[in-house]
Design a protein around this ligand. Structure first.
Ligand SMILES: [Zn+2]
Length: 379
């Protein structure tokens, strides 16, 4: 199958070449050419002026389409979640397991491996968020599940054979040598649900931590004599920062300040932290035996605590432009190129460039998703 996507504005890296067409051959992008130079016989998809962007990449997705990954870590659940998010432009995601038992982690890893082997569109690996966390910053995670990383846990979280593994852990309650060993095994490590001091974060970066999970939320803040995880994340130029831009998790002023502190957008990525209501009519779900309700764009427990987000990536991109004062191209980069680089997926996806997988999204002028392709296949 070979076709050309024409008559759109194409985001090719930071450039938007005028009158460009994208040629897709099989699962890959073959070329970006001038539309005028296209083979007259090639099949064409006319975008009628829409924007063609790389498909969104979301490294933190707890659920969607009514399903929560923790509830039933199976290929079928992954199919439901990926399909729900695809409607909002996400063409690759890391299903995210919230703190749970070691057998449940093994089950989740096996499900992701099986889904990737079966070619379920949109599954790029796994995000294991806990249980190796600091109970003082547990948020909605189950305190009873939280534990230190030991040999059994290490084996469970290094079991994935296909795709990428991202682990969120609290470095101050885990052994630095084990963290370094995880990094050596190719696991991407983010600090999160952590009360680390600035000095502990410096040691964590040295051990192989490369980012922080949901900057500002569930971590030690900047205070006058202890800059904490936030201070470390914003002053270490290499540290990636996942951000939830829904207007609820973090005040946009704090996010603007963070971007100013880092000096560029290069190390920020949008995440949805999505829960089952994304892409589904049912707005209530169960988490650790508690009912969570999504209303007014936010998921809360009965006591008002935030419990993940009712956010999709297309909305996150629109919010990033509107709330953080970014250009549309900058906002798209935070959902494509940047997460691809953070997750080590950039040789395969995250840009529109020859040789990469044909994971693409067409957006209208308002940032709504019109159509998507994964590996050259339209939904
Ligand atoms: Zn979290």
């Amino acid at each position: 199958m070979r076709f050309a996507i024409t008559n759109g504005s194409v985001f090719a890296g930071d450039r938007m070449p005028e009158g460009a067409a994208v040629v897709v051959a099989g699962a890959r992008i073959e070329a970006i050419v001038r539309a005028a130079d296209l083979d007259p016989a090639i099949e064409r998809v006319d975008l009628a002026g829409a924007t063609l962007a790389p498909g969104f990449i979301d490294v933190q997705v707890n659920g969607g389409g009514g399903a929560l990954f923790n509830d039933d870590p199976s290929v079928e659940t992954l199919r439901i979640i990926a399909a729900a998010h695809r409607r909002f432009g996400t063409t690759a995601l890391l299903p995210t397991l919230i703190s749970d038992s070691i057998p449940k982690i093994r089950e989740a890893v096996q499900a992701v491996d099986a889904a990737i082997a079966a070619g379920v569109p949109g599954i790029a690996g796994i995000h294991i968020e806990g249980p190796f966390l600091n109970v003082e910053r547990k948020g909605t995670h189950d305190a009873n599940a939280i534990r230190a990383l030991d040999d059994e846990g290490f084996a469970a979280i290094t079991g994935l054979r296909h795709g990428k593994t991202l682990v969120t852990l609290a470095p101050e309650v885990n052994d630095a040598q084990r963290i370094a060993a995880l990094r050596q095994r190719g696991v991407i490590i983010a600090a999160g649900h952590t009360n680390a001091t600035f000095a502990q974060m410096e040691r964590a970066f040295a051990a192989g931590v490369t980012g922080v999970t949901h900057l500002f939320n569930a971590m030690s803040q900047i205070t006058p004599r202890e800059p904490g995880v936030v201070g470390a994340a914003l002053t270490d130029p290499a540290c990636w920062c996942g951000i939830i831009v829904d207007g609820f998790h973090v005040d946009p002023v704090a996010l603007r300040l963070a971007i100013k502190a880092k000096g560029s957008l290069d190390r920020f990525l949008l995440v949805s932290d999505a829960m089952p209501p994304v892409g589904h009519d049912s707005k209530a779900f169960d988490l650790n035996g508690e009912t969570i309700v999504a209303a007014g764009g936010v998921c809360r427990r009965a006591d008002g605590t935030l419990a993940g987000a009712d956010l999709d990536m297309a909305a996150a991109v629109r919010n990033a432009a509107a709330m953080l004062g970014l250009t549309r191209g900058e906002a798209i980069r935070l959902a494509t190129q940047n997460p691809a680089q953070f997750a080590g997926l950039d040789a395969e996806m995250g840009s529109i460039a020859p040789g990469l997988r044909a994971n693409l999204v067409a957006l209208d002028d308002g940032g709504q998703v019109l159509r998507t392709w994964i590996d050259g296949q339209e939904a």
